[in-house]
Write a protein that binds this ligand. Structure first.
Ligand SMILES: Nc1nc2c(ncn2[C@@H]2O[C@H](COP(=O)(O)OP(=O)(O)OP(=O)(O)O)[C@@H](O)[C@H]2O)c(=O)[nH]1
Ligand SMILES: [Mg+2]
Length: 299
């Protein structure tokens, strides 16, 4: 007999997840996938490149393209990040615009709606944080914009409204064979994902401008017969005087970052991990195209 999956026509498509920095795009992608594929932090501009999270709903494979936030770019890195978001939306079968209802940027939303001729699915996110009247006001204002296909009210963090959204997204994607194996949840290589895990801890631990001027690169990856893995990562800073801040007194800050990242790596990889972090200086890497390409931002 045929396997059950093949009884129904398969569907598969790309969904770009767009929105202002900190709107909850990565949280939404992780919730739809059911596992954490994209890093999340309370700071803006956490996501830097297009990261795909692959979700399955019945006979439908949704390839969710998490994007950096849309903001006014200053450095070359910023321009590359915003371009990543727009490229993702041009290539997709459907576009979702995530709006943080606690700080809705309505002029930005209106502008994006006008530009998106193929239509936008709006997700009003973080509804757990505001009252119903305020939410209704925002929904009414947005409903008047052009090219809106649907409006969902969700809490990505609390998994509220996500299942209805997933059903709607499945209706949006075309019939066609799945592009990824059933058990694959992301497109990024495991080494890049491991570097992202460390970068997330840097975002959660360090403050002011420091996290924005850091990138992490997995320089070596050694697997041992006993199942453990030794990962060596460079934490690259853009100024010599940032080195001391990242290291902290007696190296304590970097040690704490490494310990937390290692715990997360071990739990996701389900094996023992030896994580070695070291700090490198690469003056003004945010302005250098080779550096941006090195960690996967196309410029
Ligand atoms: N209360 C609440 N917080 C949320 C919700 N969704 C996301 N957050 C929080 O909002 C913050 C930003 O979430 P991210 O998923 O990193 O946002 P993002 O849009 O990917 O941000 P960038 O990658 O920086 O553009 C995190 O602290 C999340 O925990 C929600 O539904 N409710
Ligand atoms: Mg993000």
């Amino acid at each position: 007999m045929f396997p059950e999956k093949n009884l129904k026509m398969e569907k598969c498509g790309f969904i770009a997840i767009l929105g202002a920095p900190n709107a909850g795009k990565s949280t939404l992608v992780n919730q739809l996938v059911g596992q954490k594929v994209s890093i999340v932090s309370p700071k803006v501009q956490t996501t830097r490149s297009r990261i795909m999270g692959i979700a399955i709903k019945d006979s439908c494979q949704l390839i969710l393209v998490d994007t950096p936030g849309i903001f006014t770019p200053k450095k070359m890195l910023d321009h590359a990040m915003v371009k990543e978001a727009f490229d993702a939306s041009a290539d997709s079968d459907a576009n979702v615009l995530v709006i943080d209802v606690t700080k809705p940027n309505l002029p930005l939303a209106q502008q994006l709606c006008e530009q998106q001729k193929k239509g936008l699915i709006i997700c009003l996110n973080k509804i757990d944080l505001i009252d119903k009247d305020k939410l209704l006001q925002i929904a009414t204002a947005i409903n008047a914009f052009q090219n809106i296909k649907a409006i969902f009210m969700i809490s990505a963090l609390h998994n509220d409204g996500i299942s209805d959204l997933a059903n709607h997204l499945c209706a949006e994607v075309p019939e066609g064979p799945w592009l990824y194996p059933e058990d694959q949840i992301t497109n990024i290589p495991v080494r890049s994902w491991a570097a992202e895990v460390t970068r997330e801890q840097i975002f959660l631990t360090l403050h002011q401008e420091i996290p924005y001027s850091i990138f992490v690169e997995s320089e070596s990856w050694e697997e041992f017969d006993n199942g453990s893995v030794k990962i060596s990562q460079a934490v690259v800073v853009s100024r010599d005087n940032h080195k001391g801040i990242v290291l902290g007194k007696g190296g304590q800050t970097l040690k704490k970052i490494g310990q937390t990242a290692r715990t997360e790596l071990e739990s996701q990889l389900e094996r023992r991990v030896h994580l070695k972090l070291f700090v490198k200086v690469e003056e003004d890497w945010q302005e250098k195209s080779w550096a941006l390409r090195a960690f996967g931002i196309g410029v």
